[in-house]
Design a protein around this ligand. Structure first.
Ligand SMILES: [Zn+2]
Ligand SMILES: [Zn+2]
Ligand SMILES: [Zn+2]
Length: 512
């Protein structure tokens, strides 16, 4: 397979890894402990939406951008906003409760408040905690200081030792940020020219490329700008914004699936024009699509709603799977309204294909975490020798650290698609570990022990320090029951002491 020669890995993919596991990756030579088995660059990646409050990173390579100060300011600003929201919702709910339930005003302390839930699902206790945490933050930093950090007008001592690239916004200004013009351009060409939710500026949209819009006149101006043609693909930016909003509300993995769809369409389109093929040449069209799709075939497992584990509290499995299918159907409808390619026809985006693309991410182990420079900064301050040099530094930084609390160390977290790594099977006693370096955007698979030629390369999809039961429960999410040697041994002797957890730059695991 061409992927392996490109990566230059001493491994091969076998279609049958035994034990009903399907395909797997095997060593083709002896690999000593500690050696790199291979390096790989992700094809697509996405920072978790709820992680955006903790880390401002490049949308493509996950490098932290800005400065230590702006990162800290951003964290505090988001933290305050979130806590305020929770506290206010709780207050509103308390008012509702107070009006309706005078009779229950007796034991205002214990269980009565714990059970009460506001209209937005905010637990009253949760709201009280948010209020307390907010007060704790404001005891350390003012809104003015948070604003000054965000704007970069407050400089912290030693922060220049942790310099980060300046953020480069998406050329259309959709809000996406990059670490460099090169990353912005790479993302734009790879998928973002089709998925950016910002409309073309009026000057650009005035060209003949807006001919898809039937309407004319000043009233239709906005609609004209929202629809454009990019490399033969009809793109409706407003429909794409609706798609993105739906994904943010339901399942962010749809956004990654859209990256796969967009990059495949763009690559197929380029292959078709390079090969001189036309849209009327069915064989050329099919060939271009198949070639463009090839890298993702490695991660191909099963359809998302068919393979995903049913949560324990769900009684009706068929209904549950039906709901997921429905969700994917809605998402696909929205995406299809945003992207249409007459050359490749509607069958490109059949529901089953879309479900399998979502399955690429839901059924593979592709979590990536990048350590934060903010954590490094506070550690460096902490490591300073006690004395007159440290005192003034600590005086400035300690309140920030106290306000941030555990948030100071929050890493950037993402899901990424790594073609070869996605073929590696899980073991609870894995031969390898994975680590990530954002510097050159590579994920590395390292031998954790000596590996013999012919031996299977394995990684743990989950935290290996968990008990047998806990591991099996976590692995259900990936749609399989683990029958590794360790599980076989522990299934019969379940009280055995758990092995210590592995530690690396990249935590391997699922996002939930
Ligand atoms: Zn970047
Ligand atoms: Zn954009
Ligand atoms: Zn196992």
């Amino acid at each position: 397979m061409d992927l392996i020669s490109r990566i230059g890995a001493p491994v091969e993919i076998r279609l049958d890894a035994g034990n009903g596991k399907g395909k797997g990756v095997f060593a083709t030579k002896d690999i000593p402990e500690g050696e790199t088995v291979f390096n790989e660059v992700p094809l697509v990646s996405l920072q978790h939406l709820d992680n955006k409050a903790s880390a401002v990173v490049c949308s493509r390579c996950l490098r932290f951008v800005g400065t230590v100060e702006t990162q800290i300011g951003h964290k505090l600003k988001c933290l305050v906003e979130k806590l305020k929201g929770t506290a206010e919702k709780g207050e509103a709910a308390a008012h509702e409760e107070g009006g309706a339930g005078e009779a229950a005003a007796g034991p205002a302390d214990g269980d009565a408040t714990r059970d009460a839930e506001g209209s937005d699902g905010v637990d009253l206790e949760e709201a009280l905690e948010a209020g307390e945490r907010l007060a704790q933050i404001y005891a350390e930093v003012s809104n003015e200081r948070i604003a000054a950090l965000c704007e970069g007008s407050e400089l912290l001592p030693m922060s220049s030792d942790f310099s980060l690239p300046q953020p480069v916004p998406c050329r259309r200004g959709c809000g996406d940020m990059y670490c460099s013009v090169a990353c912005e351009d790479e993302a734009w060409r790879h998928h973002h020219c089709l998925l950016c939710t910002a409309s073309a500026p009026a000057s650009e949209a005035a060209g003949p490329s807006t001919s898809y819009s039937g309407a004319s006149g000043s009233g239709a101006q906005a609609a004209e700008e929202a629809v454009e043609e990019v490399l033969g693909v009809r793109v409706d930016r407003r429909a794409l914004a609706a798609f993105a909003a739906h994904a943010a509300e339901t399942n962010e993995i749809f956004l990654l699936a859209a990256q796969v769809v967009a990059s495949t369409l763009l690559k197929a389109s380029r292959l078709l024009s390079e090969g001189g093929g036309t849209a009327s040449d069915a064989a050329a069209v099919c060939g271009a699509l198949a070639a463009a799709w090839r890298p993702y075939v490695y991660g191909w497992k099963r359809c998302w709603w068919e393979a995903v584990a049913v949560p324990e509290d769900v009684e009706d499995e068929d209904e549950f799977r039906g709901q997921l299918r429905e969700l994917a159907y809605d998402s696909l409808q929205l995406l299809s309204a945003g992207l249409a390619d007459p050359r490749f026809g509607p069958e490109v985006l059949r529901l089953e294909v879309y479900g399998s693309i979502v399955g690429l991410f839901e059924l593979n182990n592709l979590g990536v975490a990048v350590a934060s420079p903010v954590e490094d900064y506070f550690l460096a301050v902490d490591e300073m020798e006690e004395g007159p040099d440290k005192e003034p530094v600590a005086k400035l930084t300690q309140p920030l650290l106290d306000a941030l609390d555990a948030e100071y160390a929050a890493s950037a977290e993402a899901t990424a698609f790594l073609a070869l790594q996605s073929c590696i099977n899980h073991s609870c006693d894995p031969a390898c570990t994975a680590a990530c370096d954002t510097g050159d955007r590579t994920a590395t698979v390292l031998a954790q022990r000596d590996i013999k030629a012919g031996e299977e390369i394995t990684l743990s999809y989950i935290d290996v320090s968990l008990s047998y039961r806990e591991r099996q429960a976590e692995l259900r999410d990936y749609g399989f029951v683990c029958r590794c040697e360790r599980c076989k041994a522990e299934a019969t002797a379940p009280r055995k002491k758990a092995a210590p957890g592995g530690k690396g730059g990249m935590r391997v695991g699922k996002r939930r």
